[in-house]
Design a protein around this ligand. Structure first.
Ligand SMILES: Nc1nc2c(ncn2[C@@H]2O[C@H](COP(=O)(O)OP(=O)(O)OP(=O)(O)O)[C@@H](O)[C@H]2O)c(=O)[nH]1
Length: 208
């Protein structure tokens, strides 16, 4: 399982502010734990520990398995230009939990240009949402294009924001040259199992 030379597999979760990155984590954590995956989380916020505190309050993981990194600057700086803080946090989780399978690293909310350094993660997903508009895939942001998996979240909202979900999904697949696109509704736990399957296949080498 550990082919990356640094312990647990590291998976980044990026995307624009409010697209549902933390909501996706809240759904993924119990599902992955239920599959026997030993996991921990690192959250990134600008100047607070807001997302880490939210996850600790939800009691989905032991508090010591949730570390917070304060970006203090543009969120992409600490996931791409200089990911040292996140790498150190992940290394410390590997030391504390030697049997860890997976570390999920949530970026602070950013813009469509944010990407993860492959020094930090083995795989990364990018979360956009239908309320951001169905033109988001057509804008060809690096996050949309380059991520290993694109997640279109809040699909429950598409009738209320005038988005043609099928077209949005098709355009996303087209700009990504057929690389995976999944749709989720974190409110109703819809599509989350497919995201967990993708992670298990891609970085844990386990089927569902
Ligand atoms: N209707 C609906 N609301 C959602 C869904 N996913 C998340 N939300 C809501 O969207 C808002 C933002 O969700 P978060 O999970 O905080 O988003 P985030 O990407 O972590 O936000 P930042 O960390 O601030 O960038 C919250 O009010 C969520 O309840 C969804 O699938 N459907």
């Amino acid at each position: 399982m550990r082919t990356n030379g640094h312990g647990a597999a590291r998976v980044g979760i990026g995307g624009p502010v409010g697209s549902g990155k933390t909501a996706l984590l809240e759904r993924l954590i119990p599902l992955l734990r239920g599959r026997g995956i030993d996991l921990a989380v690192i959250t990134n916020d600008l100047v607070t520990h807001e997302d880490a505190e939210r996850l600790r309050r939800a009691r989905l993981l032991e508090p010591e398995r949730i570390l917070a990194v304060e970006a203090g600057a543009c969120p992409h700086t600490v996931i791409r230009e200089d990911p040292t803080l996140n790498m150190e946090a992940a290394d410390s989780l590997d030391r504390i939990f030697p049997d860890l399978d997976l570390i999920l690293i949530e970026s602070g909310g950013d813009n469509l240009a944010s990407t993860f350094s492959l020094d930090l993660v083995d795989y990364w997903l990018f979360v956009i949402d239908v309320a951001g508009g169905d033109d988001i895939p057509r804008k060809r942001g690096p996050g949309v294009i380059q991520s290993d998996l694109l997640v279109i979240n809040k699909i429950d909202l598409h009738p209320y924001v005038g988005v043609d979900l099928q077209r949005m999904r098709a355009e996303a697949a087209a700009v990504r040259n057929g690389r995976p696109v999944l749709c989720t509704n974190c409110r109703a736990d819809e599509g989350i199992a497919a995201v967990a399957d993708a992670l298990c296949d891609a970085v844990l080498y386990r089927g569902a």
